[in-house]
Design a protein. Structure first.
Length: 368
């Protein structure tokens, strides 16, 4: 489990303690820290520039000569991206900068280059070349358009600051099976609060919205595998990317950012350790239940694989079929698509015994 030190600091003040000591004391307490990684950009010396002019390359139909304003002068860059336009603010790597090779994923240092007979005074960078493609900033192939994401960005800024690489460390912790209370950010923070005798900064949450479910019915059929299942309904939700701070926190925790609804459920699960799911209300028939799977029952999961279940698998199901398998991948029919809709949010408590075993037996395991 990957835990951000900055995230932990929101619940217990560790600002006066070195990360090495935090890792050592956690390990000595029984919560092993397998690795500590400093979170920092892979690139170096990338600045923001404004595209002033785009000309055709004299010796190529696919390349352009792009004149950019660095804030200290003009530079000409040979670029083949098709998504660039005058007035955009984009990341610029000058000679000597380090970026990622899109094909190999290895770092390389930019050297002087002559492309089709024209000198290129650096390069304009994509999200892949900066190592931030997982943040979902860029849908199309080409250069990362910074002013589309950050409207207040200015010329000559450090891309590291614009992209929000705050100083942070990631602790890779390995809770034991009998300490489920440690399998969350708050759980680890609680442990650190006890170790260093520091107060835990935690307040119970209060719901301020009406989440009434109208006529929606919930039923726990097999109560030996699920002790609690609650849901609420949010209507007219606009599906869009999550805020940048949430995306960065999820990615630092090893979870891919998808959209605001899915990301919120993953965020809650990481912070509180509580299984939290979102379903498209339009795809359900006004009913959800928790039950054991029937022997030989099949479900197509999000990886488009049809899996045959045994009776010790646990399903969240509608009247006809499973929509989510507990401890494992969600069903393909539970996808949250990119259009306004009503969302059913569900929080639950499943008995820990056998959950991991059920997931392993059918050949799959997920973070959710």
């Amino acid at each position: 489990m990957q835990v951000s030190l900055n995230w932990l600091n929101e619940f217990v003040d560790l600002s006066d303690i070195e990360v090495e000591r935090i890792a050592h004391e956690l390990t000595m307490s029984g919560l092993e820290v397998e690795a500590v990684e400093e979170l920092k950009p892979k690139f170096t010396n990338i600045k923001t520039v404004k595209i002033e002019k785009i000309d055709n390359h004299p010796n190529s139909d696919r390349l352009h000569l792009v004149t950019v304003n660095t804030g200290e002068g003009l530079k000409t860059v040979v670029c083949g991206a098709q998504n660039i336009a005058q007035g955009q603010i984009v990341p610029y790597a000058s000679v000597g900068s380090k970026v990622l090779d899109r094909k190999t994923g290895e770092m390389f240092t930019l050297t002087p280059a002559v492309i089709r007979g024209v000198e290129s005074q650096g390069m304009l960078c994509s999200a892949d070349e900066l190592g931030v493609s997982e943040r979902g900033y860029q849908e199309e192939d080409g250069i990362l358009i910074l002013n589309r994401i950050f409207p207040d960005v200015k010329i000559g800024e450090n891309a590291e600051d614009v992209l929000g690489f705050d100083k942070d460390y990631i602790l890779d912790v390995a809770p034991t099976a009998n300490r489920g209370d440690q399998m969350s950010v708050i759980g680890v923070a609680r442990e650190l609060s006890a170790i260093f005798d520091k107060p835990l900064k935690f307040s119970p949450l209060e719901c301020t919205r009406d989440l009434s479910t109208d006529s929606f019915k919930v039923e726990i059929i097999d109560d030996d595998v699920c002790k609690y299942y609650s849901l609420g309904v949010l209507k007219n939700i606009k599906i869009k990317p999550s805020p940048d701070w949430m995306q960065k926190r999820l990615i630092a925790s090893g979870v891919r950012a998808i959209n605001n609804v899915v990301d919120i459920t993953n965020y809650v699960m990481l912070e509180y350790g509580t299984p939290f799911h979102a379903f498209d209300l339009d795809k359900l028939d006004g009913y959800l239940c928790v039950r054991r799977a029937k022997e030989g029952e099949k479900i197509v999961t999000l990886d488009s694989v049809e899996r045959e279940l045994t009776n010790d698998s646990v399903l969240i199901a509608d009247k006809e079929k499973g929509v989510c398998r507990v401890g494992d991948l969600r069903g393909e029919n539970s996808v949250i698509e990119d259009k306004p809709k009503s969302i059913e949010l569900a929080a639950s408590y499943f008995t820990p015994s056998g959950t991991g075993k059920r997931a392993t037996r059918v050949g799959s395991r997920s973070e959710a």
